[in-house]
Design a protein around this ligand. Structure first.
Ligand code: SF4
Length: 316
């Protein structure tokens, strides 16, 4: 198994060099949507996996190879096929990687954040993402299928505590699953929690690749838009991660590309879309063509029409 891979394009992190600090698949969760497959070893006590020196060596070599190809790296990101904070030497690995002069990100399921030493470890990173799919006990158990000794209230308390002390950028990620956690009631209590915790930005995702449990799939465009609007109405800064991250573009001045770039992140209200089209000197025939081609979808919400990117999940 390669410890260092990529860089892969990430809308959130730019060119992100991935670090797999956990062998597949050791995790405290066994999420129904996990794209790595079922959890082989479910555990919740941090322990040693790879020595920090090995991680530093492999990441240094990968960085050197990337540099030799004339490419750049914006972030070093712990994003293993399992839970990165299960690694009891993650603090030491982060400290060792500091010598490489790149910001460090950790994408965590947050299940161990109730442990002070895990909060201390995550606090060493520059950017941390915590997974919060539900704040309802039964739904959390149904989606994340946690280790039996984990307790949701402890995890939520740990997130609140971490949010108060973390000096870097803290974001959350929620995987939307049709008919499981996408109801307005469920999203409202989740959004309330995230807002009160002080999470700076929330991301809504859908499964892109075949999940661990068949039959689990993301909601329709209408419901993704509804989830987005509910979070916005709660005052959260929210973005969609529903298009492949490598399929999102920077603004280019090209109307087609710009519409696709914006709608990959935010549903566009029809009036805003028309204003964008007018500003470019174009007309709505381009939008009609994007709808016809299946790239965009108009959806109704609260007596308005929003345009969203067509979802690319396997069952949507
Ligand atoms: S936390 Fe991540 S790695 Fe673990 S089971 Fe869930 S999706 Fe898979």
């Amino acid at each position: 198994m390669e410890i260092a891979f990529g860089p892969v394009p990430s809308r959130r992190l730019g060119r992100s060099l991935g670090i797999n600090n956990i062998p597949p698949k050791h995790c405290s969760y066994s999420c129904v949507y996990c794209q790595v497959g079922p959890t082989d070893v479910q555990e919740m006590t941090p322990r040693a996996f790879y020595p920090p020196e090995t991680i530093l060596l492999e990441v240094s070599q990968r960085l050197e190879a990337v540099r030799a190809q004339g490419e750049t790296v914006d972030y070093l990101t712990f994003v293993p096929d399992g839970e990165p904070t299960l690694d009891s030497q993650l603090s030491a690995a982060i400290d060792a990687l500091r010598s490489l002069g790149r910001p460090i990100a950790v994408i965590s399921n947050a299940s161990l954040i109730w442990r002070p030493e895990v909060r201390d470890t995550l606090g060493r990173a520059d950017w941390v993402s915590v997974k919060v799919d539900s704040v309802d006990e039964a739904t959390w158990r149904r989606i994340n299928r946690p280790h039996p000794d984990l307790e949701l209230p402890d995890i939520l308390d740990g997130i609140r505590t971490f949010a108060r002390i973390f000096a870097g950028t803290l974001v959350s990620e929620t995987m939307l699953l049709a008919d499981i956690n996408d109801s307005p009631a469920s999203l409202t209590v989740l959004g309330d929690f995230l807002r009160n915790a002080g999470i700076s930005r929330t991301y809504l995702a859908i499964p892109h690749r075949p999940p661990a449990v068949s039959g689990v799939h993301g909601p329709s465009e209408e419901r993704v838009n509804r989830a987005y609007q509910i979070f916005c109405e709660l005052g959260l800064e929210v973005e969609l991660l529903t298009a492949y991250e490598g399929d999102t573009f920077a603004f280019s001045g090209d109307l087609r590309r710009d519409i696709l770039a914006i709608t990959a992140v935010h549903p566009l209200r029809e009036s805003a879309l028309r204003a964008l089209v007018d500003k470019s000197g174009g007309d709505m025939t381009l939008v009609e063509a994007l709808v016809e081609a299946g790239d965009l979808k108009p959806v109704a919400y609260a007596s308005d029409t929003f345009y969203v990117r067509r979802l690319t999940g396997p069952d949507t």
